[in-house]
Design a protein around this ligand. Structure first.
Ligand code: ADP
Length: 262
């Protein structure tokens, strides 16, 4: 479909360090250069009163540029995935503590992991990363607090349902992260998976979180869905294909699967 083609082009852009990076990096360099120039003037004039402020300005800019570079390096190294049979519900349950600490006291967390979840074949640390990233985005969208709910469920997508999710018909495990935050305009939703797209202040957002999640989920044979209403909140859903293969007919639960010889 056309939207799949669009996403394919976006993924191509992910591999390249394009205009967005140059823009962000340039902004940070401007802060460094600006701080140093002000410092120079002060020193030339023999005025030392605001000197430490300009030093801090330059150092902060340089540190942010370094952090950006680090993240980009980690990003551009082709992620090699190590998929294993994973129970997404167990994975979510194991993340509750860190998610709760990340959200802080103003955000109420509720978790509902479906029972008898189908196993998925996925790189578990990457999925944990994705979940944490979604929670951080949700937190950022709720500066005055709110509610975050995480849920997992088995879903059978067939016919028009599958088409609506831009997935082949089949069985999937869905991981939903829903917040009661600011929500997004249709314009933002349209660009949300673009690498380097961010609405956050320079140095705070890299705009890489969702594009990385998108790449990882697509590589895993799944799909990411965004539902968002301004003023109401956002639900990000990851669909991961049910583990297929020799165990498929027996349809074991992931917990059982783990005990079987590989
Ligand atoms: P970053 O978080 O660094 O900005 P992302 O790719 O993770 O990069 O997100 C891109 C943009 O999508 C964010 O800057 C924000 O505008 C929007 N966004 C993502 N998640 C949410 C959310 N849960 N609620 C509202 N806006 C969101």
């Amino acid at each position: 479909t056309e939207s799949q083609l669009r996403q394919a082009h976006k993924m191509e852009a992910v591999g390249q360090l394009t205009g967005g990076l140059a823009h962000d990096f340039n902004n940070l360099l401007t802060a460094v250069t600006g701080g140093l120039e002000l410092l120079e003037h002060r020193l030339a004039a023999g005025q030392y009163d605001k000197v430490d402020r300009y030093v801090t300005m330059a150092r902060t800019g340089a540190q942010r540029a370094a952090a950006l570079t680090q993240r980009l390096l980690a990003f551009s190294r082709r992620q090699t995935l190590a998929p294993t049979a994973t129970d997404a519900g167990v994975l979510v349950a194991g993340m509750i503590d860190i998610v709760d600490r990340t959200l802080g006291p103003a955000i109420e967390l509720s978790v509902e992991t479906g029972r008898e979840l189908w196993p998925v074949l996925v790189d578990a640390p990457q999925l944990e990363n994705a979940l944490l990233n979604l929670c951080i985005n949700a937190r950022d969208a709720m500066p005055d607090g709110g509610r975050l709910s995480i849920a997992t469920e088995n879903v059978m997508l067939h016919g028009s349902d599958a088409a609506a999710h831009e997935l082949p018909a089949g069985d999937y495990v869905a991981l939903h992260v829903a917040d009661s935050g600011t929500g997004m305009t249709p314009e933002v939703i349209a660009r949300v998976f673009d690498p380097f797209f961010t609405t956050k202040p320079i140095g705070e957002g890299t705009g890489l979180g969702l594009s990385m999640i998108y790449g990882f989920v697509r590589q895993s044979g799944g799909q990411v869905q965004v539902r968002s209403v301004v003023g109401q909140g956002t639900t990000m859903s990851l669909y991961l294909p049910r583990l297929a293969g020799v165990y498929d007919r027996a349809a074991p639960r992931a917990s059982e699967f783990a005990q079987q010889p590989a």
